[in-house]
Design a protein around this ligand. Structure first.
Ligand SMILES: [Zn+2]
Length: 246
């Protein structure tokens, strides 16, 4: 581990009164969830184009049967525990070092680890909402029901509470506001290719504010970062930072 970088990052955390964290798939692979684009990810198995055509709001409306066959096979995961990185972020927030987490992940692991101010922009995979009466169901209910789950109150089809292709992201304004007004922005496990989130980070970085990127591979904004750490184990990196400031 590069301790010079750790010290520098600890200093940035200490000096910032408004630190916002942006997380992507990378932090959840540390908890054992396959990255869509990774080796066992759905895009790799079936191809990104095909996946995008099925995990799509029009496909859901036109053919819920086909949608759910696919969704059940590739997008419903057994429950996993948060990774060390999730817990470290919750502790940093608890000590007042993080103001908010904007996440692209739909696995609810930040909340599970104890983070309070989480802004999920792609929804939550284990929540399902009735398309008619808006009643909310959990994944246990859906697992027990037949292929296309329906509302027990009104018979409406349930939709996963996640943003499908062709839909607007959730919490657009909150996510934008948190990111562009941050003093220190920390990107974890995202290659910053998915818009509009990548655009928000770009917008932040044009004001020459402090940007840290922890990601296993290159990102679109490495050149703008004060510190970039290439690591697939962000839990250890965050722990070292925490030791210095917590
Ligand atoms: Zn209903």
């Amino acid at each position: 581990m590069d301790y010079k970088k750790i010290d520098r990052m600890a200093e940035l955390f200490r000096n910032s009164h408004n630190t916002v964290v942006v997380t992507g798939a990378g932090i959840s692979t540390e908890a054992g969830i396959p990255d869509f684009r990774g080796e066992n990810g759905v895009y790799t198995i079936v191809g990104e184009n095909r996946a995008m055509k099925i995990i799509n709001i029009d496909a859901f409306r036109r053919d819920p049967e086909g949608f759910y066959t696919f969704y059940r096979q590739y997008l419903m995961f057994p429950p996993v525990e948060p990774s060390k990185a999730h817990y470290m972020l919750a502790q940093l927030e608890n000590k007042g070092f993080i103001r908010a987490i904007v996440t692209q992940n739909i696995d609810n692991l930040h909340q599970k680890a104890g983070s309070k101010r989480v802004i999920p922009i792609h929804g939550t995979a284990d929540r399902f909402i009735c398309t008619k009466c808006r009643s909310v169901y959990n994944s246990e209910y859906v697992e027990k029901s037949k292929n296309v789950p329906v509302c027990e109150k009104c018979g409406g089809i349930l939709k996963p509470d996640v943003v499908l292709f062709g839909e607007q992201i959730y919490n657009y304004a909150d996510a934008h506001e948190a990111i562009v007004h941050a003093k220190l922005l920390v990107v974890i496990g995202s290659s910053l290719t998915v818009y509009p989130l990548a655009g928000f980070v770009k917008e932040f970085s044009t004001f020459y504010q402090d940007l840290i990127i922890l990601n296993k591979s290159r990102t679109q904004l490495d050149h703008a970062a004060i510190v970039k750490v290439d690591s697939g184990n962000t839990g250890d990196v965050l722990e070292e930072i925490y030791k210095r400031i917590g």
